[in-house]
Design a binder for this molecule. Structure first.
Ligand code: SAM
Length: 264
């Protein structure tokens, strides 16, 4: 079953990780179809660790109270909510995604978080494309992207866009699947991932299970965190680095826009 789906992804134009074909359409269709189950499946597949990982990404972005933060590929808004916890009421978080279905869930999650605690009026959601951000240069104190870059067609273009909209001295931070560095862990991890994630998808998400093969494929082909940090450097960010979480299964990659940045 895994092989069939992988082949079907490769047979059409869009590749899971390639720059060619209309990967964007494939990705939007996948997330539109799983939007309603996305948060639940994240919790199941990560054992609830995704919340902790998001907090680590927010810490890496060095967000302070009152900051303006962009969350690109915000999906269901969980990273935007984690960022909002750091900016407080005085800041603003703008979440952007190109799937209206994911944004609908984000709006509900924000309403729900507001019902549980103080009402939240400073998270704004926008429908847009990571490759052409509808923001002015240097608008944000920090720019985040959570499990997003792996899904974006023309990744370097998206990173350059994120660098453009962050203020000099601010950080661009990606939280995404990584590659475990320990040879033993790596040898176990990928075969387990290939079987476990689609199995959980099948058990928990029924007919949408095949979408979870995409998760394995895209993670397998996503550049390792150290290469992503190099890519951040190529895109004009400085002080880049990668922080391994869960032995490198997940990684936070960060880079800074130089305070001496000459402008666009
Ligand atoms: C795995 S979800 C991540 C959601 C969220 N950031 C989180 O922390 O759980 C990836 C999201 O990226 C969005 N996406 C992929 N390519 C995009 C693009 N080019 N522009 C905007 N959103 C995009 C998808 O619609 C999807 O909601």
């Amino acid at each position: 079953m895994l092989k069939v789906y992988v082949r079907s992804l490769r047979a059409g134009e869009p590749g899971v990780n390639g720059e060619g074909g209309d990967k964007s359409r494939l990705v939007r269709d996948i997330f539109t179809s799983i939007a309603g189950r996305y948060d639940f499946m994240n919790t199941v597949m990560t054992g609830g660790l995704d919340r902790y990982w998001r907090r680590r990404a927010v810490q890496a972005a060095r967000i302070r109270p009152g900051d303006r933060v962009a969350d690109i590929c915000c999906g269901t808004g969980q990273l935007a909510l984690a960022a909002r916890a750091a900016t407080g009421r005085g800041g603003e978080v703008v979440g952007l995604d190109f799937s209206p279905a994911m944004l609908d869930v984000a709006a509900e999650n924000i309403r729900e978080a507001g019902r549980r605690a103080e009402s939240i009026s400073n998270i704004r959601l926008l429908c847009g494309d990571a490759r052409e951000l509808p923001f002015a240069a240097a608008e944000f104190d920090a720019v985040l992207i959570g499990w997003g870059l792996r899904n974006v067609q023309e990744r370097e273009r998206a990173v350059r866009e994120m660098r453009r909209i962050v203020k000099p001295g601010g950080r661009v931070v990606s939280l995404d699947m990584g590659h475990p560095r320990l040879p033993g862990l790596s040898a176990l991890y990928w075969p387990l991932f290939a079987r476990l994630v689609p199995f959980l998808g099948r058990r928990c998400a029924g007919e949408k299970a095949r979408e979870y093969y995409y998760l394995y494929e895209s993670a397998r082909e996503f550049p390792p965190q150290w290469e992503l940090a190099d890519m951040f450097r190529r895109c004009g960010l400085t002080h880049t680095g990668a922080l391994d979480l869960a032995g490198g299964v997940v990684a936070v990659v960060y880079g800074e826009k130089s305070p001496l940045y000459p402008g666009e």
